[in-house]
Design a protein around this ligand. Structure first.
Ligand SMILES: [Zn+2]
Length: 237
């Protein structure tokens, strides 16, 4: 069983109160993001960190944002705000750019073999925002993907649903995601469960006030196993 961890957009601009497009409360999941990073290192699990990586021509950036399709400037290429928070930052990543890279099959093979991959993207959807993302996932051929990060209702949603559609068994870590304030959590959870996504909880007994944890524990009334522990998901790794 080949398992990958997918850390979605854990960047300063989203994660920190000083960030340009701060997801309120995102800093509260940082200890759990760090746990996932350490778990991946300890268990030699390949980690893909996605990064929003924009420039002045990016479609979603606007001076008059509607906060649905358009947002104020954030994660501009090369800025501090675009950097990953230190708790998830890889030591020696291979970086897959969306705009400057011309990658051959040989490069894609190198990416497949990298334990710490960064995929930069210019759109919400990992698979639309980087022309090489789908090819790399196809090369890696994961059986299982464990997805976490921000924002739950935007880029995490796109990454998880995109992976699921590729036939990969996909888990979202309920206590390592954070949504935008206007997110309809129960509706989003329903969509995920009906699609076939399942939840992982890092801390079964901790009540963090994160609504996704409560939703995962009850699985909103579905007749499924409500959540898994990380050790269940990667036991055969
Ligand atoms: Zn963006």
């Amino acid at each position: 069983m080949r398992t990958i961890f997918v850390a979605v957009d854990c960047q300063n601009d989203f994660m920190l109160p000083s960030g340009k497009l701060y997801v309120p409360g995102a800093e509260t999941i940082i200890p759990n993001l760090e746990k996932l990073t350490i778990f991946a290192e300890d268990n030699a699990i390949q980690t893909i960190s996605t990064m929003d990586w924009h420039n002045a021509n990016t479609q979603e950036i606007s001076d008059k944002p509607d906060f649905k399709q358009t947002f104020p400037p954030h994660c501009l290429a090369g800025t501090d705000g675009a950097e990953l928070i230190k708790e998830v930052a890889p030591y020696c990543p291979s970086v897959v750019d969306w705009d400057t890279g011309i990658y051959t099959d040989v490069h894609l093979d190198i990416f497949r073999g990298s334990d710490e991959l960064i995929i930069r993207k210019d759109k919400f959807d990992l698979f639309e925002g980087n022309p090489f993302a789908a090819k790399i996932i196809q090369k890696i051929q994961p059986d299982v993907a464990v997805v976490y990060g921000v924002a739950a209702d935007v880029c995490v949603n796109f990454a998880a649903m995109g992976l699921l559609k590729k036939g990969i068994r996909t888990y979202i870590v309920a206590d390592a995601i954070k949504a935008l304030p206007n997110c309809e959590v129960n509706q989003l959870v329903k969509t995920w469960i009906e699609a076939g996504i399942r939840f992982v909880l890092l801390n079964e007994n901790e009540n963090t006030g994160n609504p996704f944890v409560q939703a995962a524990k009850t699985a909103v009334g579905y007749n499924i196993r409500p959540y898994y522990l990380l050790s269940d998901v990667v036991e055969n790794h």
